[in-house]
Write a new protein. Sequence first.
Length: 235
Amino acid sequence: MKDLFGKAILDFQTNNSPEDLITETTISEEDEMSVAYLFRSYDEMPKLEQKALQLAKGKVLDVGCGAGSHSLTLQNDRNLDVTSIDISANAIEACTLRGLQKAKVQDVMTLENEKFDTILLLMNGAGMCGRLKNIPNFLLKLKSLLNPEGQILLDSSDIIYMFDDDEDGGKWIPSNNEYYGEIVFNISYKGEKEKPFDWMFIDFNTLQNAAFANGLQCELIMEGVHYDYLAKLSI
């Protein structure tokens, strides 16, 4: 990976002529994404994210922290002990420059010997497991990082609305996907293209079933305005 997403974050943080990211997926046309959006304050965040930050407690792990905006709110406004991780070295450099005290380049799947009271997976963080078949291992890994009374807070969307209706009143979904929430992402930045990568949007019922199958409770905390939701998983 060229880490273009992280490069855009670091360019914005260091004022190095940042540009919009260009994103395209298997179910959506090319679109511009403002990097500035990743640097939003608490007041600028969607209600789902604000609610998740309100519920965060104890020792927190922010997985896929990006530019670190959620972590900064918890560290600076709530005085919580936050560890912020991302696989992007550029993003973590930006987080450190923004004042995050415990930001490190780390894949959550290889994180060992630590326990947390709250694990955050915001901005559709559960999608990082890429494919539905990967969700059991992903959830078991997260579970292994939780204290007994701990919680996983994640948001996602049910993207069924993006598919066309068929003649029977159902939805027409391409058969090359095991699950309709699986997509392939393409990102471009400053004329460079990132290697395409798998991502997933998981509807609440599918998440709930996967959670139960892997020894986790799953509770719907809040629904957003556009097929999105915030869920809480616990042991």
